[in-house]
Design a protein around this ligand. Sequence first.
Ligand code: CP
Length: 346
Amino acid sequence: MQTKGFRGKDFITLRDFTREEIDSLLEVGFDLKKRYALKERHSHILPDKTLYMIFYNQSLRTRNSFEAGMTQLGGHAHFLSSDKIYTPAVEGEEKAYSTERVSDVARTLERFGDAIAIRMYGPPTGWVYGKANSYMNEFARWTNIPIINMECDKYHPCQALSDLLTIKEKLGTFKKKKFVMSWAYSPSYEKPLSVPQSAIIAASKMGMDVVQAQPKGFELDEEILDACSKYAEDAGGSFEVSYDMDEAFEDAHVVYPKCWGSKSEFENVAEGDDSGMVKLFEQNKDWKCDADKLALARENALYMHCLPADRGWEVTDDVIDGPQSVVFDEAENRLHAQKAVMSLVM
Ligand code: CP
């Protein structure tokens, strides 16, 4: 188990962690899950520590699992609503009275607490792809305390770690297991690429046989796809891109159908024109996970979703509420996965 080197490290993407380190995070997560189930107190792990949580977007799971997790570890999670603090800005973006330079926010919070967690994507950055991620990195550049990514426009590593915990506990192993990350339709395009990109990074790093499926126009970041091919090759798995949901689902052990916006169309949305995005969405309404679709996968294949799910569009009720759905285990594992991250980096 590799635990050396975690303390003080930022948790912005699983790309910064080796397979061995991810295995350690999973092991610590399982241990903390067991202790929680047995009601064994573990508040000695982070006593008197403070985690600052800055949210620019809504959240149910992320906020509550971090807050509960810090309480259970003996520390305090401090919620900072974006409308109650000055908007962090990078050099050149400052407006008098309403903004504060990221370097100043980061260096100030560092004096009071022990880690800063940030959620930022979409509207606060005008949907300019990569901008939210660059803010995360800017925070990290200016503090010596860990920055934890609670979801940016490129990555959602906490969700991906929880997904891995769920797969490991349900299937026992990652080896020779087919993992399908698929686009699914929703009436709202305001969804970043963070969940699918982090899911394929995680699955390919663990050596799964990964298939990334989407209609034309919804391709993920090419640089991340190339990295996933390399991760899969190094870990003894495989990585493929598909444009056919049915074909992708065949023989799958895990399916993860989920909506995200078109990366190329976000460039037009950022310029104020969402007509291309809307058209692309309306052309692909048949990308839905219903019982017939799920039946194409292996018997007892896992149905996963990070939640919130757009019921009736991305997925039918009988699937998400059915026996193959693991969505609430996945949500619960957010707690244990993030406690593992906080315990090791803080
Ligand atoms: N999956 C997830 O991040 O959920 P929230 O948006 O509710 O935090």
